[in-house]
Design a protein around this ligand. Structure first.
Ligand SMILES: C[S@@+](CC[C@H](N)C(=O)[O-])C[C@H]1O[C@@H](n2cnc3c(N)ncnc32)[C@H](O)[C@@H]1O
Length: 278
């Protein structure tokens, strides 16, 4: 994986193991996501877009909530992740899902638009300019449609007891985002970015944390593995350390003596009056 392969500047490797990490991560935040989609008003018969859908686990939840009369579309810039997700979803859920491979920032047509609800999770933190993305998402809504965004506050991540390997893993994630010009406090800025995009301030908000008791299958090790190639490109760590660090993190956590505060996730939603920002 080189920076050239992620020509959009996305800092995470696009590999099968990263797609699996996204699926595991989706399970962690499933409860919050369902609660937020329900509170934001997703109902049977509606049309919904998952913007930056990855392997499509939120599309699965949306499909169950909108029922057979509703429609679910996913868009991702990575054609492989969407194809992988949608094929599996159709088989497992026994219903149709639409996947469209596109860079949302290009402003092209999205099949099924305009939507009743547009949802976007763990994408804004990866944008050079999240406000541009929010304006684009608002354009894809019907008048009165709802925009829902969710993101991490990465710099809330902590481990105890202190351990230099775990500290280094957390540092690599945050420094790679910063070096790539991305956001470690996206979850804190959701309202600020709505406002800057000309949208109403959030009409609803929610948040959730996660306390992870050390395990050999740590999200931290998986995330470091996904971020490390771009971290190497950006000079955050060397290739040798990138290869060794995920295993070292797993070895520390396998002792079963450490607990992690996984970064807090926030959610915010708002209704967009005219279907596009003013
Ligand atoms: C961290 S993943 C999150 C995936 C999914 N939303 C989830 O919560 O599991 C971010 C996703 O956004 C996609 N993405 C990044 N920039 C994009 C863009 N400009 N247009 C469409 N998709 C984009 C990436 O390819 C990746 O699949």
């Amino acid at each position: 994986m080189t920076q050239t392969e992620n020509s959009d500047g996305y800092v995470i490797a696009r590999t099968q193991s990263e797609y699996e990490r996204l699926k595991i991560q989706a399970k962690v935040w499933q409860g919050l996501t369902e609660r937020v989609l329900a509170a934001a008003g997703l109902e049977p018969g509606m049309s919904a877009l998952d913007a930056g859908c990855g392997p499509g686990e939120v599309m699965r939840l949306m499909g169950r909530m909108v029922g057979p009369e509703g429609q679910v579309t996913g868009v991702d810039i990575d054609p492989e992740v969407g194809a992988y997700g949608v094929t599996r979803l159709r088989e497992e859920e026994g219903r149709d899902f639409t996947f469209h491979a596109a860079n949302l920032l290009d402003g092209g047509l999205v099949p099924g638009a305009p939507f009743d609800l547009v949802y976007c999770r763990f994408v804004l933190m990866h944008m050079a300019d999240p406000v541009v993305m929010i304006r684009r998402l608002a354009e894809l809504l019907k008048p009165g449609g709802t925009l829902v965004v969710m993101d991490y506050i990465m710099d809330t991540m902590r481990a105890a007891p202190d351990d230099p390997v775990l500290e280094r893993g957390m540092q690599v994630l945050n420094e790679t985002l910063v070096a790539g010009g991305r956001w470690i406090d996206a979850g804190l800025r959701l309202g600020e970015w709505f406002d800057a995009a000309g949208l109403p301030m959030p009409m609803g908000a929610d948040m959730q944390g996660r306390y992870e008791v050390g395990s050999s299958n740590s999200m931290l090790a998986m995330a470091v593995k996904g971020f490390a190639p771009m971290g190497v490109e950006l000079g955050v760590l060397g290739a040798e350390e990138a290869a060794a660090l995920p295993g070292e993190i797993r070895a520390v956590l396998a002792k079963g003596k450490h607990c992690l505060h996984w970064p807090t996730v926030t959610a915010a939603w708002t209704r967009v009056g005219q279907g596009a920002p003013q």
